[in-house]
Design a protein around this ligand. Structure first.
Ligand SMILES: Cc1cc2nc3c(=O)[nH]c(=O)nc-3n(C[C@H](O)[C@H](O)[C@H](O)COP(=O)(O)OP(=O)(O)OC[C@H]3O[C@@H](n4cnc5c(N)ncnc54)[C@H](O)[C@@H]3O)c2cc1C
Length: 392
């Protein structure tokens, strides 16, 4: 075998780039294979928020919220040009599911979990300023809360993390499609297609960071490894021809109470997202007419009154969440990342299922720790919580 690496990473989304960075920072030789482009999967189709996940408090996901808020703080420090703290608004109307005191309590807990940071405070918009809220309808409006979370460009962030990995010696092959691997003793023999040829290399460990394709990557290994029961859940966003506002909104769909974000995106307004169970080839995911109608309905409900013309959709895109299989609504399922080694002792394969853009660095660090026993000790080159991330 001509080529040998410590760590082979499959997938150039945020998790693959993050794992490549963490492994290279720990001093390992790293090769990452991406079949299309960096961030081509879910990591360019997210809501683009680096957030604690305010609504996860309701489902008791405290550990996740605390970790997300910690990562938000770290990314604001490491990537100030890519991750910015923004003011979000939550309008509260008569007859809504949550009361003002419930919202206030939730926001206070969120602020406490963020360590009572001065610039992550929350409050309410005085009634005399409601007319400045981008045409938000005011019939039955009781209060408008504001709080802070961060926004990013998910694709640029993924590219910046990969550049950081490369600066530490990681190698990127793209487009390069992983096709399978054999687990032989303490070694893995991996195969991929690149420039019409099949290439191979030996690796000590393989990190399966193929996002919605992770189950099919896991199934391409011999001998076979366990693949958990998963659901793919499609989420669509629309870019509307409305000028971007400085304000971001967190509203409740009048139809089913789901949280929907209305956000500035470059010079326009973005709205999302939906949650629709998906089956089939992840490459074929696309926004449906039904999802577009749903999101336009939410937009019109909050911003389409007072004689405002109806918005036009400039662009629509869909991505896939990987969630633990279940019968309940996707909205209420755990958003924790599942890190699954193929065996308990000295794992050779680690698969990453699901997760959040926000926690990529912590997840990559955890992956590195889980694989440490399978890798030689090398001289560390850096710490990922000290590595600045910049747009090109
Ligand atoms: C609609 C939606 C909104 C979201 N909003 C947010 C948010 O606002 N904030 C947040 O924190 N999280 C959010 N998330 C979650 C977040 O986007 C994902 O958890 C994250 O992007 C997953 O990254 P990943 O690297 O695991 O997967 P991906 O980004 O999908 O990357 C997998 C990569 O693997 C490559 N690949 C697949 N198979 C192969 C192969 N055989 N060979 C080589 N390469 C291969 C693919 O091309 C792809 O680039 C959202 C998710 C969705 C779907």
């Amino acid at each position: 075998m001509s080529r040998r690496v410590d760590v082979l990473v499959v997938g150039g989304g945020i998790h693959g780039a993050g794992c490549a960075q963490a492994a290279a920072a720990a001093g390992h030789s790293v090769l990452l294979l991406e079949q299309r482009a960096l961030g081509a999967g879910s990591s360019s189709r997210s809501s683009k928020l680096i957030h604690g996940g305010l609504r996860y408090l309701e489902s008791g996901q405290w550990r996740l919220v605390r970790e997300c808020l910690h990562e938000r703080r770290t990314l604001l420090r490491l990537a100030p040009e890519l991750v910015t703290l923004r003011r979000f608004h939550i309008p509260l109307y008569d007859g809504m599911r949550r009361s003002a005191w419930q919202l206030r309590t939730g926001l206070a807990m969120y602020w406490a979990l963020a360590g009572f940071e001065r610039d992550a405070r929350f409050g309410t918009v005085p009634r005399r300023q409601w007319e400045q809220l981008d045409g938000l309808h005011r019939d039955g409006l009781q209060q408008v809360f504001w709080y802070h979370d961060a926004q990013t460009d998910d694709r640029l962030l993924t590219e910046a993390v990969m550049r950081s990995a490369q600066s530490l010696g990681a190698e990127l092959r793209m487009p390069a499609e992983f096709v399978g691997a054999e687990l032989r003793g303490a070694e893995i023999i991996a195969r991929w297609r690149e420039n019409g040829r099949e290439e191979t290399c030996a690796a000590r460990v393989l990190i399966n960071a193929a996002g919605p394709w992770a189950a099919s990557v896991a199934r391409s290994l011999t001998p076979s490894i366990d693949v958990p029961q998963l659901d793919l859940v499609q989420g669509t966003h629309l870019i509307l021809d409305r000028p971007a506002s400085e304000r971001l909104y967190y509203v409740e769909s009048p139809r089913d109470g789901r949280a929907v974000f209305v956000l500035p995106w470059h010079e326009h307004t973005m709205i999302g997202t939906t949650e629709v169970k998906f089956s089939g080839d992840p490459s074929t995911v696309h926004p449906s007419a039904r999802e577009m109608k749903y999101l336009l309905g939410v937009y019109r409900h909050y911003f389409g009154r007072h004689g405002h013309p109806l918005p036009h959709v400039l662009e629509a895109f869909a991505g896939l969440r990987v969630l633990p299989a279940g019968s309940g609504h996707a909205f209420h399922r755990s958003r924790e990342t599942l890190l699954l080694p193929e065996r308990a002792q000295r794992p050779r394969v680690l698969s990453i299922y699901g997760g959040k853009l926000t926690t990529w660095r912590a997840v990559a660090q955890r992956a590195q720790e889980m694989l440490a026993a399978s890798l030689p000790v090398r001289a560390a080159r850096a710490r990922t919580d000290q590595l600045p991330l910049r747009p090109e």
